[in-house]
Design a protein around this ligand. Structure first.
Ligand code: B3K
Ligand code: ZN
Length: 875
């Protein structure tokens, strides 16, 4: 059974709002039983020559009072249903509307609207959560000025925060106090925020380049006071970077970030008052890994960058989400590239894109970065909208150059500051600022799927020319994309050959081919020898590029390509070829033998003294089972697992001495957060993982030693994840010790759950089942639920066990979450989206669970949308 008429909303049906809300004066009286929200709005009809009903959104609200221009409305003057307040007749000129509603934040487990986390109040309004706080025109093109007064018990809630500036405060006689906030910038309702609680402030300041002083405040639960400095530093770095790279300054006198423990996603860019998942704020060397540190810096930067790309210029409607998200992800990626290593960051980003987004393109939930329709908007905060969206923004920069991109951004802000606009407006700014025709570029916004380009290369020894023929595979009803493809040609010594196109006189080492037609041929002249092409350097477009290569050629590129991204890529392709050939042998019951060419290529990387440590660590990491499975017509669950394990073990054996040397050489570097120390930890931990594949007393002792002696979480967690895959007693000892050490720190305890869910031993499912019963497991806390269950569902061989028990467990959890927290339920059910990619037996097992879920009587829109699409689609 599905919910009452889950209606799809279409992009083509966009209409301007009939009313605008000029201002809203909010008054919250926070109480343990019932919270009262009093709102006073000034509403202006868009046109004055017709009367249209005023329809406000509101959900789970109890309306207590309603006044229009100061007059109480009679019940026959308005209608209230589950999701609306409708007033059929309203004045044709501006009027005021006052409402008082009751809400119960303490009962809100969906974590959208106003809710409680660790005893504190906080809000999450994007995309459509404001309607769970008060009646409103809850859409991003309605931008209002907000004032917010919060009244609460002073002992329990000494800190009362909202957007903008604190303008007044005072005490009441009954132990309560109040604070009034005013936000001078008109904003859409999704950017509203309120926080009330017992919080500690870690403060700082930032002086903008025009000399204005901005107060920076990181608010955390008191026990976390010593884990805020990195977040504060990250914020200051992001503020400086945005000034330098894009000329964008912060606009209020205060910038606040609040860390909360219960949060559906990473963080939220509310104007002047970001609310963050504590995971992306809190860190200390002994509690957070190097990746945690990097993620914190990136997410803080991302939310900060939204102040311009999202808040000052926002989206006209939710179909335009990538306008702010794709752009802001691109901005945070560029920031991290400059703060850390561009090549490492690019490889990490492409890995996410190819494992998650390309998979989404292959699934029933595939959609263009600007979707055409949705049932539940929260389902469209996807890797496609975010990460592919960022790739599309990167394409502009590749095509227009960094300066051209900046000109486009400047024009975009000049035209649209203070407005709610569309992706077309952004594209027009880029085109106009650079006098370039970007009309074909719209295909990136309206066509779903990953473009595929087949490439053929021909060398003409007589003419000394090298030609590349590129052909786009265009699915029925779609049109050719505009694709920049970065190309280099390597000579036989591995050096880049100077590139000269037949049509050009100047030459370069990397050239951008602009593929616009279905098929195009480009010819390079004066090429003295048959070159080896390096294609799609730094992954210049989010596509699949087919070019057939021998293993020798891949090993050559892996050793020599001047583009570090493509060096890594060649290694991945080589590993993939090797794994798939071994898989064929395994399927034919032939003995497995690792190709010495591959083993040697790995050895060369191990011994390369020039290669930067973090890149080296990435190059020594095999493609995941998930990624490999995606390349197959039917995912070979057991085969991929067995063969990949074999390759890892073989590499561990073949180069035992070298792994040990690398391990020892990097093990004693003292802890610091510098890139060089991080690189040492990455390398040594990759080495440790290979060594531990051998599961000997010696290798286990290494991991145990690291586990007990490390002074930082990167090393401790890494050692633990090696130990959970060992078969002796070391595993239990380490797990118990870790638990005892960290049971009071929820973020670290999440790691304890995750490490166990990631184990590749065959009892992992039973362990996960047992962990669900653990007193520290709590399905209502999204971080905890994800740390065990979302992590386990990515453990391909264990989750997709042939008996289907893990599927059944996942469906049980989805049904529980459907009631508690539909957004998380919908994320969890998405693992079944790929059900048709598996063998018939697994398909049947997953289909059974999907059918069971869709028959549930009270399915949320969130889960309904995903499951119905999954069951109905053909791919
Ligand atoms: N804009 C928020 C995401 C809101 C998700 C709503 N389901 C965080 C971000 O992208 O910065
Ligand atoms: Zn964002």
């Amino acid at each position: 059974m599905h919910p009452e008429n889950p209606q799809a909303i279409y992009r083509k049906d966009y209409h301007q709002p009939d009313f605008f809300i000029e201002s809203i004066d909010l008054h919250f009286s926070l109480d343990e039983d019932v919270t009262l929200v009093h709102s006073q709005m000034v509403i202006r009809p868009r046109t004055t020559n017709q009367t249209v009903p005023l329809v406000l959104q509101g959900e789970s609200l109890v309306l207590k009072n309603l006044k229009l221009n100061g007059q109480v409305l009679n019940t026959h003057d308005y209608q209230v249903d589950k999701i609306h307040l409708t007033i059929p007749t309203v004045p044709t000129q501006s009027f005021t509307l006052e409402t008082i509603v009751e809400i119960k934040p303490q009962e809100n487990t969906a974590l959208t609207g106003l809710y409680k986390s660790s005893g504190n109040y906080c809000t999450q309004c994007e995309a459509e959560g404001f309607r769970r706080i008060t009646y409103f025109l809850d859409r991003p093109d309605v931008m209002a000025r907000y004032t917010t007064t919060i009244v609460a018990d002073k002992n329990r809630y000494p800190v009362l925060l909202s957007n903008g500036n604190r303008v007044e405060y005072g005490e009441l006689t009954d132990g309560r106090h109040w604070v009034k906030w005013a936000d001078p910038f008109p904003k859409p309702s999704y950017l509203f925020a309120l926080v009330a609680g017992n919080l500690h402030c870690h403060g700082g300041k930032f002086v903008t380049r025009s000399g204005r002083e901005v107060r920076l405040e990181i608010w955390v639960e008191p026990q976390n006071h010593d884990q805020c400095e990195h977040a504060l530093q990250s914020l200051a770095k992001a503020m400086r970077w945005d000034e330098e790279r894009f000329g964008l300054e912060y606009d209020l006198d205060i910038y606040m970030i609040v860390a909360v423990s219960d949060f559906n996603m990473g963080a939220m860019e509310n104007k002047g008052l970001n609310v963050f998942n504590a995971k992306f704020v809190l860190c200390r060397p002994d509690t957070a890994t190097d990746d945690d540190y990097e993620n914190i810096e990136a997410v803080i930067a991302h939310e900060y960058f939204h102040n311009w790309t999202g808040n000052r210029v926002t989206c006209r409607d939710w179909f335009q989400l990538t306008l702010k998200e794709g752009l802001t992800v691109f901005r945070d990626q560029s920031f991290t590239e400059e703060m850390t290593s561009a090549a490492v960051k690019r490889i990490q980003d492409v890995r996410i894109l190819r494992t998650s987004q390309f998979a989404e393109d292959q699934s029933p939930m595939a959609h263009p970065i600007r979707p055409e329709s949705y049932i539940e908007m929260n389902n469209f905060y996807t890797v496609t909208v975010y990460n592919k969206g960022a790739e599309v923004i990167r394409l502009y920069q590749t095509l227009l150059g960094k300066d051209g991109f900046r000109r486009g951004m400047d024009l975009y802000f000049q035209r649209h500051d203070g407005q709610a606009v569309t992706c077309d407006d952004f594209r027009a700014a880029m085109a106009d600022a650079n006098k370039m025709d970007l009309s074909q570029f719209e295909r990136w916004y309206d066509q779903a799927g990953t473009p595929v380009v087949d490439v053929l290369g021909t060398y003409n020894a007589l003419e000394k020319t090298y030609s590349l023929t590129l052909r786009q595979q265009i699915p029925a009803n779609l049109q050719a994309w505009h694709i920049p493809i970065a190309v280099g040609l390597l000579g036989k010594n591995g050096q880049d050959l100077p590139l000269q196109l037949a049509t050009e006189t100047n030459s370069n080492r990397t050239c951008i081919i602009e593929l616009r037609e279905v098929e195009q041929t480009v010819t390079f002249v004066n090429i003295p020898e048959a070159p080896i092409p390096s294609l799609l350097r730094h992954f210049s477009a989010p596509i699949k590029l087919n070019f057939s290569r021998q293993r020798e050629e891949l090993a050559f590129l892996m050793a020599h390509d001047s583009d570090p991204f493509n060096r890594w890529e060649a290694g991945q392709q080589l590993a993939q070829q090797v794994i798939f050939d071994l898989l064929a042998d395994w399927q034919a019951d032939k003995p497995l033998q690792l190709d010495p060419l591959f083993s040697n290529a790995v050895l060369k990387i191990l011994q390369d003294t020039q290669l930067e440590g973090s890149i080296k660590a990435l190059m020594l990491t095999l493609p995941t089972e998930g990624f490999l499975g995606q390349q197959q017509a039917e995912v070979a669950v057991e085969g991929l697992f067995t063969v990949r394990q074999f390759v890892l073990q073989q590499l561990a054996q073949d180069h035992y001495t070298q792994w040990l040397t690398i391990y020892k050489a990097n093990h004693h570097t003292p802890y610091s957060n510098e890139a060089s120390a991080i690189a040492c930890r990455r390398l040594k931990n990759v080495a440790l993982h290979y060594l531990c594949r051998l599961d000997t007393a010696e290798t286990t002792a290494l991991a145990e030693q690291q586990f007990t002696q490390s002074d930082n979480m990167t090393d401790q967690q890494s050692a633990l994840s090696c130990l959970v895959n060992t078969t002796g007693t070391a595993k239990t000892i380490a797990l118990t010790r870790f638990y005892t050490q960290w049971k009071e720190n929820p973020l670290v305890l999440d790691k304890w759950f995750s490490v166990q869910a990631m184990s590749y031993l065959p009892d992992t499912f039973e362990n996960v089942q047992a962990l669900l019963q653990h007193s520290d497991f709590n399905l209502k806390n999204p971080n905890r639920a994800r740390s065990l269950l979302a992590v386990f569902s990515q453990n391909q061989a264990q989750f997709h066990r042939a008996d289907g028990l893990a599927y059944q467990l996942q469906a049980d959890i989805v049904l529980q979450l459907n009631t508690l927290n539909p957004q998380i339920a919908s994320r969890f059910v998405s693992v079944f989206n790929h059900w048709r990619r598996f063998d018939p037996a697994r398909q049947a097992l997953m289909q059974t669970q999907l059918t069971r879920i869709i028959q549930h009587p009270d399915l949320s829109k969130d889960v309904y949308e995903v499951v119905s699409k999954s069951l109905n689609a053909q791919n």
